[in-house]
Design a protein around this ligand. Structure first.
Ligand code: C2E
Ligand code: MG
Ligand code: MG
Length: 682
């Protein structure tokens, strides 16, 4: 393909060059034309009328007319060439040919003169004729040099006849002239060839140069055009680059937003907040200025979210965010978890932090309006200071969180600053937590059982399993370690141990093969997908009848994911395992919630039994009423006195549990336990 183009270009260039050379040759020939025509006209007239004597013979006159017509036609031809408006390259060859015809015709006319009139010519006429013809032949070397063929033909036609005529004449001096003539012809022939070659070479070179210049010009224009195009492309590329850079910036910002911002509140998320807190702590060290961290947890949000739906919950969070943001600089507030927020306050001492925390708490307690509902929330706020309390961002957040938890549990609702007391408490919990992790393998757990008696005839109906922990010879109550186990997730493992142990023990209670074992189950256990399987395994491995297993779940359980809880409870009941609601009256459950749940027993909380003389009685009566409506039986917890037992029994409570009957006992004590109360009423 490339070769073809090279060859094609070569041919194209050569053809162009040839055409241009032809045009130049024709132009040169025609520019010299008038001189030749005029000289021929003058010479022919001179020959016929000037030196032929007084009378002009007819043949010469005819010849003169003949040559004059030729010269006239040549003038017409010259005029036509000169006046032609556009001389295209292709017309060059025709021009050369036309000019050659004119010139050769003129030469033939002169030869005719010599051949026809040679013998009539006197010596003067002959010498004039020789001079004229030689001059013409000599002049043609420059005038006709542009066309080798024309120049040679012209000279030869003029000289050869006159030389030959002389050579073959009878007269000696004419023969001599003939010999000179032949020599002259030869010289002329050679010089014509050289002159023509020189001229045509000159023309060729000139055109070659012109062509090269044109090509160069072309090339230049092409390069200029390419440069222009390159500039346009380059500026387009620049624009594309700029656009790309913008796009990359935009995408980077988007990715930053996605990975660093909370999509609902647009606050920075945990990861981004922790990172920026690290920088702020470093800055506080450099500037020797304190930094305060506020951990804010909403109170009552869970209830709103559960009862009014997630959409309302989301709107509440957005409004709370706005209120918190009003007290913090840009990006200094973050969302930690569902309803937990963080605010970093650089250059703030404890007093300033406390004032801001109080202002935030007050702002959050203002009513929140969502879809026409007036909602009320409050906030628990814990404060930790850097560098005073910690130099690590993660630890500072932990400390503020723990302080917030403490504040939430205390009666004082004011924000709280992390303190040394709290530090010790936290250290103790940390120790307990670490101990809990090894409690099972170190065999530190054991179960105690507390009887649940029928109110009617004081018979042991069930025994509640209560977990005990002997931690390095120190007794730690379940009220302390169960919440920690729940928080750390250890409750699943511990709960499984309890369930297994309780089923095994109950199966071996020879003293009572009817009584059930009532096991406390945390909501975290209940929500676990493997819980039902665990139950099945415990029953199978112990051989305990499912009817002899009761599960106690606290009332607050029912606030959690209701659908899942309901499914789990139904599966439990399908196995003929009974369910009790523990600590009834202390949680959030409403009657409507309980109505739809599969429950068998309601356990009236000890606090109401304690207060049976006062308001407790009304609450117990109300609970009994609800339980009857729900087809549930009732168990009163924390019965400590005979009076309480009698009163509760009289009210219609079905079962009684408490120190009055027995404290929780180890399994070995339980099997030999003798109920000291022979009759509740005696
Ligand atoms: P709970 O299930 O309501 O258990 C009743 C608590 O009241 C027990 O405390 C029991 O010892 C105590 N009690 C019973 N009768 C009386 C009484 O007449 N007077 C007084 N003052 N107290 C009485 P305990 O054993 O300290 O358990 C506290 C809580 O710890 C339990 O409350 C239960 O919620 C939880 N818990 C205990 N063992 C387990 C367990 O194995 N798993 C789970 N998840 N929680 C457990
Ligand atoms: Mg219980
Ligand atoms: Mg209870």
């Amino acid at each position: 393909m490339v070769r073809f183009f090279v060859r094609y270009d070569y041919i194209k260039t050569n053809t162009t060059l040839e055409k241009a050379s032809h045009l130049d040759a024709a132009t040169l020939l025609y520019s010299n034309g008038p001189i030749g025509i005029v000289v021929s006209a003058l010479a022919s007239s001179l020959m016929v009328f000037g030196i032929s004597g007084e009378t002009v013979n007819q043949p010469k006159l005819i010849w003169w007319f003949f040559i004059s017509v030729i010269l006239l036609l040549r003038i017409v031809d010259w005029a036509e060439w000169k006046t032609r408006s556009s001389k295209s390259a292709s017309s060059g060859q025709l021009g050369v040919q036309r000019f050659a015809i004119g010139s050769i015709s003129t030469a033939i006319a002169w030869s005719i003169y010599v051949v026809f009139f040679y013998n009539q010519l006197n010596d003067t006429e002959l010498y004039v004729a020789i001079v004229v013809m030689s001059s013409f032949a000599g002049g043609s070397s420059s005038l006709l040099a542009a066309s080798r063929f024309t120049a040679i033909s012209y000279s030869m036609i003029l000289l050869v006849p006159i030389a030959l005529m002389g050579l073959f004449s009878d007269e000696e001096h004419r023969q001599l002239l003939g010999i000179l003539g032949v020599a002259f012809v030869l010289i002329m022939f050679i010089s014509r060839i050289k002159a023509s070659r020189f001229t045509s070479d000159a023309i060729h070179q000139k055109n070659l140069n012109a062509l090269l210049i044109a090509e160069l010009e072309n090339e230049k224009n092409h390069i200029a055009l390419t440069n222009k195009e390159l500039k346009v492309t380059s500026s387009e590329l620049n624009q594309t680059n700029i656009n790309l850079e913008d796009e990359v910036k935009r995408r980077t910002e988007e990715i930053y937003q996605l990975s660093n911002r909370d999509s609902l509140t647009q606050l920075v998320n945990r990861k981004a907040f922790t990172k920026s807190l690290e920088s702020l702590i470093e800055l506080s060290i450099v500037k020797d200025s304190p930094l305060a961290l506020l951990f804010i947890d909403l109170n009552g949000f869970k209830k709103i979210n559960d009862t009014m739906g997630h959409k309302v919950g989301d709107s509440v969070l957005v409004q709370v965010t706005q209120r918190i943001s009003a007290f913090s600089e840009n990006n200094r507030a973050g969302r930690w978890n569902g309803d937990e927020f963080l605010v970093a306050l650089p250059y703030s001492d404890q007093d300033t932090a406390m004032s801001i925390a109080k202002a935030i708490a007050t702002s959050i307690t203002q009513p929140i309006y969502v879809h026409g509902n007036e909602l009320h929330l409050s906030a628990s706020i814990g404060i930790a200071m850097a560098p005073a309390h910690s130099l690590s961002a993660t630890e500072l957040i932990q400390l503020a969180d723990l302080t917030m938890c403490e504040q939430k549990q205390s009666d004082n609702k004011l924000p709280r600053v992390f303190s040394n007391d709290l530090k010790e408490k936290i250290a103790a919990s940390q120790m307990i937590l670490e101990g809990l992790q090894h409690a099972i393998e170190r065999k530190q757990f054991y179960l105690c059982y507390q009887p649940i008696q029928t109110a009617k005839d004081n018979v042991s109906f069930a025994f509640e399993a209560l977990l005990r922990w002997n931690f390095n010879d120190k007794f730690i109550g379940p009220d302390v370690f169960i919440p920690l186990a729940e928080k750390s997730g250890l409750i699943k493992e511990i709960g499984a141990w309890v369930l297994n142990r309780a089923c095994m023990d109950a199966k071996h209670w020879q003293f009572n093969q009817q009584a059930a074992v009532s096991v406390n189950v945390s909501v975290i256990q209940l929500m676990d997908d493997g819980f039902i399987r665990l139950l099945d395994n415990c029953l199978r491995s112990s051989g305990l009848a499912p009817e002899r297993l009761h599960l106690e779940v606290t009332e607050s359980t029912f606030v959690e994911n209701k659908v899942k809880i309901r499914q789990q409870l139904e599966q439990i009941q399908a196995r003929k395992i009974d369910i009790s609601i523990d600590d009834f009256g202390t949680g959030y459950s409403s009657l409507s919630q309980l109505q739809s749940l599969p429950v068998n027993y309601v356990k009236i909380d000890k606090s109401f039994v304690d207060n049976i003389e006062g308001k407790g009685e009304a609450i117990i009566r109300a609970t009994l009423f609800i339980a009857r409506e729900l087809n549930c039986q009732t168990i009163a917890e924390g019965v400590e006195t005979k009076e309480q037992a009698i009163a509760l029994s009289a009210m219609g409570v079905d079962y009684l549990q408490g120190y009055y009957f027995a404290k929780p006992m180890k399994n070995e004590d339980l099997v030999i336990w003798q109920n000291p109360i022979t009759s509740i009423f005696s």
